[in-house]
Design a binder for this molecule. Structure first.
Ligand code: ADP
Ligand code: MG
Length: 330
């Protein structure tokens, strides 16, 4: 049974960055205003995510890392996210089958926090009282220690670390009111550092640099046909003067970072038709849709979405982007 669990867990947590994404999303779900990530050896030795969110109640600790127990937890409020993200209640559980997980947490009004470690879905010992400031710190150590083949395919720690930095960068420019940092263990300097700001351009400047931030144009779209799905989109796109080394498409749907290849391709077409020389745009978009219109696929790590009335939405966004680019060209 434990082999089966381990294999399933290895599907949910495919690389260190998958674990970081799940942990940081949990921190955001807990209404944190600050999320700090520390990584050692590309995440294989250590991933540590600390937040100042609402914490985890003592009575929830025993079942925290059981699979699919999310809805039992008393701190769980966000039923909508189960609906919109499909595959939930698996992440922490999965990490305990492929790594060593230690949780330190304190809830509001408590004098001290608790620390507890988990293995294969269960607590290794009773929660121990400990000093804690605010929120939750989760440490995942020796990820994939029991999956030697996986460890071998993840030898390039620089590559995994850059995936983690990229993830945090994307999250930071969407959740602009939250401050994020990401650093290598022992490093004085953070590789992602954003302070909470109301301005998305400011956030982009501090994460991606001035040259990208100063070349962005605001775009907006919404659905005017009441018979189709109701959506709203707002975003920032690079204008024709800017040529980046590679395309960056940062897409959030209902506040979740997702991949939507069909939209990305559609926008690449618009850029190369409108601005043949500047074919590597920077695109940030946030789309809001009724959650029942969003389907995050079968596979938990594939953040590829499919949407009801995809074509209509894609065409609408394409035409908004195209006219923006043409106008800026005049
Ligand atoms: P899910 O997020 O889908 O519910 P997870 O396995 O990621 O499943 O997390 C399980 C539960 O643990 C969450 O629903 C939440 O109640 C609790 N939790 C995890 N991380 C945190 C955190 N940083 N702060 C507060 N609660 C947390
Ligand atoms: Mg989660």
């Amino acid at each position: 049974e434990s082999v089966v669990n381990r294999i399933a867990a290895g599907e949910v947590i495919q690389r260190p960055v998958s674990a970081v994404k799940e942990l940081v999303e949990n921190s955001l779900d807990a209404h944190s205003s600050s999320v700090n990530v520390v990584v050692k050896d590309g995440g294989l030795k250590l991933i540590q995510v600390s937040d100042d969110g609402h914490g985890i109640r003592y009575e929830d600790l025993p079942i925290l890392c059981e699979r699919h127990t999310t809805s039992k937890l008393s701190t769980f409020e966000d039923l909508q996210s189960i609906k919109s993200m499909g595959f939930r209640g698996e992440a922490l559980a999965s990490m305990t089958y492929v790594g060593h997980v230690t949780v330190t947490t304190i809830t509001k009004g408590q004098l001290h926090g608790y620390r507890v470690s988990y293995k294969d879905g269960v607590m290794e010992h009773e929660p121990k009282a400990c000093a804690a400031v605010k929120g939750t710190q989760i440490m995942v150590e020796n990820l994939f220690y029991n999956m030697s083949a996986r460890r071998k395919t993840l030898q390039n720690s620089a590559d995994d670390y850059s995936k983690i930095v990229d993830l945090l960068s994307r999250l930071a420019i969407h959740h602009t009111h939250v401050s994020f940092s990401c650093r290598k263990f022992g490093a004085a300097r953070a590789d992602v550092h954003s302070v909470g700001t109301p301005s998305r351009i400011d956030a982009i400047r501090s994460v991606y640099g001035v040259s990208i931030a100063q070349n962005l144009m605001k775009i907006e779209a919404s659905d005017d046909d009441p018979s189709s799905s109701v959506f709203k989109m707002d975003g920032l796109i690079s204008n024709f003067n800017f040529v980046a080394k590679k395309i960056t498409m940062v897409l959030f749907i209902n506040d979740r970072l997702v991949e939507w290849t069909a939209l990305k391709r559609a926008l690449e077409i618009v850029y190369s038709a409108t601005l043949p020389k500047a074919s590597k745009p920077f695109i940030y978009m946030s789309i809001v849709l009724p959650p029942e219109h969003v389907d995050v696929n079968v596979h938990p790590t594939k953040r590829e979405v499919s949407l009801l009335n995809q074509e209509i939405i894609i065409e609408k966004i394409q035409s908004v982007v195209e006219s923006k680019l043409r106008n800026s060209n005049d």
